[in-house]
Design a protein around this ligand. Sequence first.
Ligand code: FAD
Ligand code: NAD
Length: 473
Amino acid sequence: QFVPDPQKKTLVILGTGWGSVALLKKLDTSNYNVVVISPRNYFLFTPLLPSCTTGNIEHRSIMEPVRQILRRKKAAVKFYEAEATHIDVEKKVVKITDNSEIKGKVHETEVPYDMLVIGVGAENATFGIPGVREHSCFLKEIKDAQAIRTKIMDCVETAAFKDQEPEEIDRLLHMVVVGGGPTGVEFAGELRDFFDEDIKKLIPDIAPRFKVTLIEALPNVLPMFSKQLIDYTESTFKEEDIKIMTKTMVKKVTDRTVEAEVTGPDGKKSLITIPYGLLVWATGNTLRPLVRDLLSQIPAQKDSRRGLAVNEYLVVQGARDIWAVGDCAVAGYAPTAQVASQEGAFLARLFNNMAKTEALEQRVRELSASLNLKPGDTAAVTEEIESIEKQLRRIKDVKPFHYSHQGSLAYIGSEKAVADVAWLNGNVASGGKLTYLFWRSAYLSMCFSTRNRALVALDWIKAKVYGRDVSRE
Ligand code: FAD
Ligand code: NAD
């Protein structure tokens, strides 16, 4: 039962993603009135999301209900399934709206805060390119993966329709991925596996016409990996028959085609039109409207373009009692789950420390007052005060946030993965089947709960033994 304690500060946490959940996991909730607000009542293990697009993993296996997470906390936490739409930094309130399908008579209200943590993540960047929002699929949320899974099978069944013309079959079976970052690469790899391992066997007559193309504006894919692994990925994709088009910038999307500008080896630019059946858009992140709105309220953030600029304690610069974590914060690191979860865990330690400090300072005040009231035998009390002050000095010496990079991992299809892993002050780069086993075991061990781990492992076994489920929902 959540009963707010007027003696305690109200800590409001926005979001149930990597940053916010890492904070919740380590936070001693008995120190604050904790309120969590998110339109998603579950945590999503994003690294395995590309596997959900083909049914290699079922989507519920990588979701953990936030109510389960909160049930395990020492003191009760309030959760509201809602979107924060506006933060009033003067009044210290968050406006929230229930944007779900079923709304009650009250679906908009305000939540006051003493301390606020923003962990709302980011949206898909489209750079205002015409047609992208209307015609492509994204890959960020569960509903995106479900939409892709349905659409792949729709393209396949439509291509297999009686009397379908060859040119139309080629278009329907052309799966185009825009963005050669890890999201685009992992999805392309999963897609090729799906065809080679399952669809080919079930619908052999259309199999030879199936094509995957990955379009990237830069000269190579996976820019955050070492050169050796970029080359390995590009050669593996060649073997897997995934066409990579680098130095190709998509400029326009229609319901059936992608229009792109290609820069040739001589530097000359030309426009090409590529017909597609399924288009997946994976060109990175942009700001959420809530973050954009907050930036416009804080003069100190007028130059922030990629998110909320935070200091080394993750305090939003120019704001009072507001912290930010993860993809919506700019702390000088890449927008990854690793960074978000380390930031969340850092804030938990900071807040636990702040509460401990306040409790100890209160004790010192009480002891000092008792000394004034009963000036007799003071030795024991003075000794206790000194010991508390020593503790306080230690607790107050909180080091700034420091990110420790554990490495980068990506699945590239055909049971191969690439890994740039930090090892003994250096970096080890590896790619291939063994790395794939490492990738699997690393992600399995990182799953949120034992339940998630068991479900993911079972899904892998199920897909291997019976094949992926190709029914179109
Ligand atoms: P998120 O995890 O996106 O969480 C944001 C939360 O805020 C969500 O609960 C959302 O519902 C909520 N929210 C949104 N708007 C509002 C609002 N207005 N009010 C309140 N709540 C709101 N990173 C890695 O390090 N390794 C990987 O292998 C990896 N794989 C990935 C695979 C895919 C397909 C994708 C898309 C990303 C991957 N990432 C990976 C990146 C990683 O998922 C993100 O960096 C990470 O999710 C950021 O965490 P976050 O807490 O900032 O945001
Ligand atoms: P990204 O920003 O890493 O890559 C997007 C790519 O799209 C860029 O290479 C960019 O050049 C390209 N692009 C942009 N506009 C284009 C256009 N018009 N035409 C063609 N190409 C265009 O995006 P992401 O892959 O979605 O990753 C987002 C974040 O999540 C990154 O920080 C990434 O590291 C992280 N992530 C990590 C993993 C992993 O570690 N396995 C997996 C997925 C995502």
